[in-house]
Design a protein around this ligand. Structure first.
Ligand SMILES: Nc1ncnc2c1ncn2[C@@H]1O[C@H](COP(=O)(O)OP(=O)(O)O)[C@@H](O)[C@H]1O
Ligand SMILES: [Mg+2]
Length: 458
C-alpha cells in the first residue's frame, strides 16, 4: 500500500506523540499495577531479575510528579551510572514531554549530561538523583513525598532516606532482587524476626511495611515473547545457585551440595582431544603467597578440553611456577611460543620489585627458555562487575551442553567441578583457586561466542 505524503505525515506525527507520551501508553505488569494507589508508608518490592522493577519504579515516580504539581521525589540507585543511564533513562522516557526549560536528558550521558542531580518539571515537581556510592551525608537534606530506592540500600542510607519522608507522611519504596548482598537487616525490618517469608503477591506486615513479591514468569512480564522468556530461563539454569533469588524472588539462594550441577560423569574422559585446536592457559596467583593454580586447555569453537593442571599450595617463586608450567607444556609437546591465549590473575599485592606477578612470570619463562622476550603475553583477567558469576555460569553451561571435557589427570579441577560449593573459606575454599584459573581462560577462549556471551549480565 502506498501512503500519500499527508497520510505519512499524520502517521509520523502519531508515532511521535506515542513515543513522547510513554506515560500514557505504558502498560504496567499485573503485579505492579496497584503500586500507584498503595498508601503504605514503606513498600518493599522483592522481585526477580528483569520483571521490570526499575522501569515500574520510574513509572510510579514520573506519574506522581506529573499528576501532583510541586511533588518532591527522590530516586536512589547503586551507582552514579545507574541513576543516570538506567533509571535516569527510564525517567527520561516518561518525563521528557513535561520538563521545565533547562532540565534536559542527554542520551548515553544522563541528566544534564550526568552532571545534574535534580530533574525539574514545568509544573514545579522535582526528582533528586542519588547514588549509594555517595556518603550518607549526601542523602540528608529536605523533606520529600517519595523516596524510591532501586536495589537494596545499606542500613545507613536507608535510615537517612526514611527520615526524608517522615514529616511529610511520605512514602519510601525499596525495589530489589536479593542477590549478592547481605540483606538480613532488611528482611527482619520488613517481616520481623522469625516470621515466615511472604509468599508471591501482596502482604501487609505488622511492621507497617507492605511487601510485593514478584517472580519471573510470562504472566508477570507479558512484554517478553515466549522465546525471550525461555532464553532467560536457559541462562539461569546455568547458575542453579542463584535460581531462587533471580527467578523466584527468594531472599536466599539455595545452599547447593555443589555449585556445578551441570557437571556429570560424561564431563570427564581418558581420551585426548582430536584434531587441531587452539591452546590456552589460565593462572591464578591466590591472595596469599602459595595457592598458585594453572589450567591448560585446548579449544575449538565453543568446545573446551582441559588437558592438564598445575597446583601448588605452598609458597613458590615465579621461577618455580614458570618451571612447573613449562614442564607441563613439554609433557604435552606444546611449544610455549604457540600459546594462543594466556590469562593471569591481576594481583598487585604480590608484585615483585615493581613487576606484576604476570610480568614476573613472563620474565621467568623468557629466562628459562633462553629468550630475550617472553614466549607469550599473559593478559590480565577480566575483573569487571559480574565477571565472577559469568565465568562460573560459562563453566556450568559448557558442562550442561556437553561442550566441556576434562581429562581425568586433572585431579584438582575434577575435585572442584564435582564438589566445590562456591565458598572461599575453609576446606571448600581450597577448591576456589583452580576454579578461578579455569574460568579466566575459559571466558577468554569461548566467552565471545553468542551462546556464552549472553550468560553475562549485571
Ligand atoms: N510494563 C512494561 N512494558 C514493557 N516493557 C517493560 C515493562 N516493564 C519492564 N519492561 C522492560 O523489561 C526489561 C527489564 O526491565 P527492568 O525494569 O530493567 O527490570 P529489573 O529492574 O526488574 O531487572 C526492560 O527492557 C524494560 O524496558
Ligand atoms: Mg533493575
Amino acid at each position: 500500500m502506498q501512503l500519500a505524503a499527508s497520510q505519512r505525515a499524520s502517521l509520523d506525527w502519531l508515532t511521535d506523540i506515542g513515543a513522547r507520551h510513554h506515560l500514557v501508553t505504558f502498560r504496567p505488569s499485573v503485579v505492579f499495577v496497584d503500586l500507584l494507589t498503595e498508601t503504605a508508608p514503606q513498600i518493599l518490592i522483592r522481585a526477580a531479575n528483569r520483571v521490570g522493577k526499575t522501569r515500574h519504579v520510574a513509572w510510579l515516580v514520573a506519574k506522581r510528579m506529573v499528576e501532583q504539581p510541586g511533588y518532591r521525589a527522590r530516586v536512589v540507585g547503586p551507582t552514579h551510572s545507574h541513576i543516570h543511564k538506567v533509571l535516569g533513562k527510564y525517567l527520561a522516557d516518561f518525563l521528557t514531554p513535561y520538563l521545565a526549560p533547562g532540565s534536559r536528558y542527554v542520551h548515553g550521558k544522563g541528566w544534564g549530561s550526568g552532571r545534574v542531580d535534580t530533574i525539574i518539571l514545568a509544573n514545579g515537581s522535582t526528582c533528586e538523583l542519588k547514588s549509594l556510592k555517595d556518603d550518607v551525608e549526601a542523602h540528608s537534606g529536605t523533606s520529600l513525598h517519595l523516596v524510591a530506592m532501586d536495589e537494596p540500600p545499606t542500613p545507613e542510607h536507608y535510615v537517612e532516606n526514611a527520615a526524608r519522608v517522615m514529616d511529610t507522611g511520605g512514602q519510601l519504596i525499596v525495589a530489589a532482587t536479593m542477590v549478592g548482598r547481605s540483606v538480613r537487616w532488611l528482611r527482619e525490618l520488613v517481616q520481623g524476626k522469625g516470621e515466615v517469608d511472604a509468599p508471591a503477591g501482596r502482604t501487609m506486615h505488622p511492621s507497617g511495611w507492605l511487601q510485593i513479591v514478584a517472580q519471573f514468569s510470562r504472566a508477570n512480564c507479558p512484554w517478553y515473547s515466549q522465546e525471550q522468556v525461555e532464553q532467560w530461563l536457559e541462562v539461569m539454569r546455568a547458575s542453579a545457585w542463584q535460581w531462587a533469588q533471580r527467578i523466584e524472588a527468594a531472599w536466599d539462594g539455595v545452599t547447593l551440595e555443589r555449585l556445578f550441577t551441570g557437571v556429570s560423569e560424561r564431563t570427564f574422559t581418558f581420551d585426548d582431544p582430536e584434531g587441531r585446536s587452539r591452546i590456552g592457559l589460565g593462572i591464578d596467583h591466590g591472595e596469599v603467597q602459595g595457592h598458585q593454580a594453572a589450567v591448560l586447555v585446548a579449544y575449538t569453537g565453543t568446545r573446551t578440553f582441559v588437558i592438564d593442571e598445575y597446583l601448588n599450595e605452598i609458597a613458590t617463586t615465579p621461577e618455580e611456577d614458570a618451571h612447573a608450567i613449562l614442564q607441563m607444556l613439554a609433557a604435552h609437546r606444546i611449544d610455549p611460543t604457540h600459546m594462543d591465549i594466556a590469562v593471569g590473575d591481576l594481583n598487585t599485592s604480590k608484585g615483585f620489585a615493581g613487576y606484576s606477578v604476570n610480568e614476573a612470570l613472563q620474565e621467568a619463562f623468557a629466562q628459562q627458555l633462553h629468550r630475550k622476550t617472553p614466549p607469550f603475553v599473559i593478559q590480565p583477567a577480566d575483573k569487571a562487575r559480574g565477571s565472577v558469576d559469568w565465568g562460573l555460569r560459562c563453566i556450568n553451561a559448557a558442562a550442561l551442553r556437553g561442550e566441556l571435557q576434562v581429562h581425568h589427570r586433572c585431579h584438582h579441577l575434577s575435585q572442584c567441578l564435582k564438589h566445590w560449593k562456591g565458598t572461599t573459606r575453609g576446606e571448600d575454599g581450597k577448591l576456589a583457586h583452580i576454579a578461578d584459573a579455569f574460568r579466566y581462560v575459559l571466558v577468554a577462549a569461548i566467552g565471545s561466542h553468542a551462546s556464552y556471551a549472553r550468560l553475562r549480565f549485571d
